[in-house]
Design a protein. Structure first.
Length: 287
């Protein structure tokens, strides 16, 4: 076996981890694979014998490649558009299979896209993959203290700032999650159970172009409109209260502002106008 074959074998031992890192930073399977391939190309040009910690070296390379891609994307004001619903890159990994089933995953991916490139890299590396700040600092070109601040700022964005008490957030989330579950399962009775009889749903013009009705009144009409839908929807904090993000292929398409009174949904506002979407403060929800 040649040295290159041995090196390729060692690289494959780290591929699944590198893809997870890259996917969380980029939110695109195709771009994540490109970043991992670039890491292999750089490794193949190195004297690997001089690398003490191959996994750490490769993670650093992938992070730098991802940071460059994020900065380039931001300068173009573009977001990735994959052909698949967001999922972990390495589906043969048990941990990633569990993450795929985790309802937080989609909302988190949407929120991560709102972060500045350096914030996203610092947060993903430290909070998701436990990389020390002194290793992250050279990647983002900041001091260790400044890197901590980047991650802290990102963490605050990800966790959000609820405008109501935590027990009320929990009650709202229970209602919204029950609504989404009934919608996905085509459970008409389940939808009626969480909708106020006089619920009103309104949609902006952009949402109407996505086949939403401009206005619906009454639980039966709203339940029928949502029956069998919500496949790419998850609950999230929207401007500090529980709402819904709809993000097929990981790209924010629609937000549902939900009003809840006495455990029932009394109003739903569907918003898809890109300028309005950009103004929302989004954060993940966790139990």
């Amino acid at each position: 076996m040649t040295k290159k074959d041995l090196l390729a074998g060692k690289f494959e031992e780290h591929r699944a981890h590198l893809r997870r890192v890259a996917y969380r930073m980029l939110g695109s399977q195709a771009e994540a694979d490109d970043a991992v391939q670039e890491a292999w190309l750089r490794l193949s040009r190195q004297d690997a014998g001089g690398i003490d910690n191959l996994g750490g070296w490769l993670t650093t390379v992938v992070a730098r490649v991802c940071l460059d891609m994020l900065r380039s994307r931001k300068s173009r004001r573009e977001e990735p558009m994959d052909d698949h619903i967001p999922e972990p890159a390495a589906t043969d990994d048990a941990e990633q299979d569990a993450l795929l089933a985790d309802s937080v995953g989609l909302a988190l991916q949407v929120v991560l896209q709102t972060l500045a490139p350096a914030e996203r890299v610092a947060f993903v590396l430290h909070d998701m993959f436990a990389v020390p700040f002194d290793d992250i600092a050279p990647i983002v070109g900041r001091s260790e203290a400044a890197t901590r601040q980047l991650a802290s700022r990102a963490r605050r964005r990800v966790q959000g700032n609820p405008v109501v008490p935590s027990d009320e957030i929990t009650r709202q989330q229970d209602v919204v999650d029950a609504f989404l579950a009934a919608s996905r399962n085509g459970d008409f009775a389940g939808l009626l159970a969480v909708l106020d009889p006089d619920v009103v749903m309104r949609a902006d013009q952009a949402a109407v172009r996505l086949e939403a009705s401009a206005e619906l009144r009454g639980a039966a009409a709203v339940a029928q409109a949502f029956k069998g839908r919500a496949r790419s929807a998850q609950s999230a904090l929207v401007n500090g209260a529980v709402g819904v993000v709809v993000a097929p292929r990981g790209q924010l398409l629609l937000i549902l502002n939900v009003t809840i009174v006495n455990g029932k949904i009394t109003a739903i506002e569907a918003i898809a106008d890109p300028e309005r979407l950009a103004e929302f403060d989004l954060a993940i929800l966790s139990r």
